[in-house]
Design a protein. Structure first.
Length: 207
């Protein structure tokens, strides 16, 4: 996941998609977002194909080439319609790709059976739960961007290295313990043990 901090404008959205593309080796997964227009524009800028415009022979400034979505780029928006603060309708809009391709991706997914934004919403909820600086309408917010970035990095390190996740535990075949607790990075094979806070604070980043 790309970490981009700032307002939800076109500039930050472009940076988010650009960083995501770098970290996924240009792989094009199924993109699902809310209904903001900035995402479609950013996806076209990073993944789009430049389509030249044929010359007409007429006078005047030639038209600029336009970007089109390449084959394999599937993007769906999940738009929530609210009335008096309550969600009364959820609309799914296909922006790029085909519904056949989207349904095939969902069918092959091991973790989802519908187009939704539940995963990113859950990530936002967890972030606000464990990081006080992300809680809304409080005086706990960061006064400087650098402090916010550093605190967020500490939260991510704790969440992935120190905190065991019940959903990732594995059953022991033998021994006194019935379950072996694991963290996300243990599950990914990056580390072989649950880190302590002391180990986390004393770890020296190779970079």
């Amino acid at each position: 996941m790309a970490d981009v901090f700032g307002k939800r404008n076109q500039e930050c959205t472009d940076e988010l998609v650009r960083e995501f593309k770098k970290k996924t080796d240009c792989h094009k997964p199924l993109f699902v977002t809310d209904g903001r227009d900035e995402y479609a524009e950013a996806l076209l800028r990073e993944y789009g194909i430049c389509l030249p415009v044929e010359k007409t022979g007429k006078r005047g400034r030639p038209r600029k080439p336009r970007l089109i979505a390449p084959p394999g780029l599937n993007y769906v928006q999940v738009v929530k319609h609210r009335r008096k603060g309550r969600v009364i309708k959820i609309e799914k809009r296909l922006v790029f790709g085909t519904w056949e391709a989207v349904n095939q991706v969902i069918k092959e997914s091991p973790v989802s059976n519908a187009v939704n934004v539940a995963f990113v919403e859950n990530t936002n909820l967890i972030s606000r739960h464990y990081n006080r600086r992300l809680t809304r309408k409080t005086i706990s917010f960061s006064k400087k961007k650098q402090c916010h970035v550093m605190q967020y990095a500490l939260f991510k390190a704790y969440y992935h290295l120190v905190k065991p996740h019940k959903g990732l535990r594995v059953k022991e075949e033998s021994g006194r313990r019935r379950w072996r607790q694991r963290t996300p990075l243990m599950s990914a094979g990056i580390t072989d043990h649950i880190w302590s806070m002391s180990e986390l604070f004393h770890y020296r980043n190779p970079r």
